[in-house]
Design a protein around this ligand. Structure first.
Ligand code: PGA
Length: 248
């Protein structure tokens, strides 16, 4: 049985004061240990997350990681630095990075490897654009994206990843994949994982992301291959985030 994971992706939102309020409310309202919970904060606030969340059941993570280990890469943040401020997770390959920063499948795979090498759990995002879904190419696109990961990770590393299926047309739009649409892609992803390692396929958590909200979370999370959520907008409001955690 895979333990569900609800991870917030704050994106480029927050401030010291707003984060303190949000984290205090989440901590106060957190139910018993029914599922794993994490917040992926802007890098500049990860030290604050560490200060506020150490010793609680809430983990924290970065939203990206450099392909480089260290050195003359102005503005970059390494996996070792994320680990240094106590991160457990790092999102890699979010569609906003793939599209606004031209991250290829290969770059995303390298970032996942860097994260793993620093003992971070990469949350590897995959998902199709609206035009790709409409052209009937969803399976082809997500298979290509996951294959790039399977090509570089060995079986042992594969067991430590988290995958997030985020249909790009559902992110921040209020449109959600139906539970069955999401389940179909999750099952395909698990099948791809199984082709490399049956053990990893059984173990790896596949999150759904894209306008997951309190009112649709329960249905999505009841599907057999949906093992949690990567939550954008609704993770910025403690009551919504807590409602999703409760649904898990
Ligand atoms: P959303 O974002 O929940 O606001 O749609 C999800 C994500 O981009 O991770």
């Amino acid at each position: 049985m895979r333990r569900k994971l609800i991870a917030g992706n704050w994106k480029m939102n927050g401030s010291l004061a707003a984060n303190a309020d949000l984290l205090a409310s989440i901590k106060a309202g957190l139910p018993g240990s029914a599922c794993d919970v994490a917040v992926c904060a802007p890098a500049i606030y990860l030290a604050q997350a560490k200060a506020e969340l150490s010793g609680t059941a809430i983990a924290w993570g970065g939203q990206d990681v450099s392909v480089h280990e260290s050195g003359a890469y102005t503005g970059e943040i390494s996996a070792a630095m994320l680990r240094d401020v106590g991160c457990r997770y790092a999102i890699v390959g979010h569609s906003e990075r793939r599209s606004y920063h031209n991250e290829s499948d290969e770059v995303v795979a390298l970032k996942a490897s860097r994260a793993l090498a620093s003992e971070l759990t990469p949350i590897i995002c995959v998902g199709e654009l609206l035009a790709e879904r409409e052209a009937g190419k969803t399976d082809e696109v997500v298979a290509r994206q996951i294959n790039a990961i399977l090509n570089v990770l060995d079986e042992e590393s594969l067991k430590s990843i988290v995958v997030a299926y985020e249909p790009v047309w559902a992110i921040g739009t209020g449109k959600t994949a139906t539970p069955q649409m999401a389940q179909d892609v999750h099952a395909l992803l698990r099948q791809r994982l199984a082709a490399k390692s049956a053990v990893a396929a059984e173990k790896v958590r596949i999150l759904y992301g894209g306008s997951m909200k309190p009112d649709n979370a329960k249905e999505l999370l009841s599907m057999p291959d949906i093992d949690g959520g990567l939550i954008g907008g609704a993770s910025l409001k403690a009551s919504d985030f807590l409602a999703i955690i409760n649904a898990a």
